[in-house]
Ligand binder design. Sequence first.
Ligand code: PMV
Length: 324
Amino acid sequence: MSATAIAHTNIALIKYWGKADPALRLPLMSSLSMTLDEFYTQTRLQVQADDQFILNHQLQTKTASRRVFAYLHLLENRLHLPAQHYLVESINHVPTSAGLASSSSAFAALAAAFAELHQLHLNRQDLSRLARLGSGSATRSIFGGFVEWKTGTDASSYAIPIDEHPHLAMRLLVVELDQNPKKISSTIGMQRAQTSPFYQTWLDRNPSEIRQMKAAIEQTDLNQIGQLAELNANEMHALNLTAQPPFTYFEPATLQIIKWVQAWRAAGLDCYYTIDAGPNVKIITSLKNCKVISDRLAQRLPSAKIVVTNFGPGVKSWSNSDME
Ligand code: PMV
């Protein structure tokens, strides 16, 4: 018997940037994301004699596999299942250097494949809690469309769908820059950000930012969604610049794209940016404007890869018989 799951990546519009409990991956604030159609992870799981992790058809070293098996053994422990060894085969349909949270789709797919293999029959809320133990952003990849992940306790911190099939002609342009600078992991970045003198303000503002974003989604107000997402991303990156020691994920090309987006907006195009724990920029735009924006970017950044994404679905899983 083996089980397979597919989970899509998500991009936070209101970001998770701080842990209340690192072991349980409980966030200090609620977050809200968009699940993407173009980027996903497919994972097949089966019990075997030793732990083996094959990613994109390549057998991974013990070091590279550690987080995956630590997670599977944590799930066994938590669910009082016998300790076993697994073959994990994953295909990541996420460009590795895109600065996208591939851990969101990776751990959501792994959680769903585990639940399927063990026939746990979990509801999506409980599946979201399990995904959270692998990676915070994975909590939200259980659902499609717009998703909120609530702050709370181990029992109450999970994602809920806000609108799985939004009637909104919104697109997210992912601009994959060609540099691949050394990355500060999100865990380290979050820890350091908490030393910023503005960190308390970041926490205080979260409930109203979530409220306003949900209202903008309800009103299908793309410009308001974009404005709120851009402000929230700027707030997150301002924490990093004012941390002790200060740091930034921005590279010169990041700032260049920010300036273009600002100029294009001033000239009447619907476009807003958001940036995560890496230099790449995601542009929130309308279906109407996405072609002109991606053409302009392709012309100015010939070596960058630009992918236009729409809303993607929630996680899916199925069991495979031995015959397959
Ligand atoms: O869950 P992690 O460790 O991949 O952290 C995600 C952090 C951000 O992508 C910057 C924000 C978010 O909410 O996804």
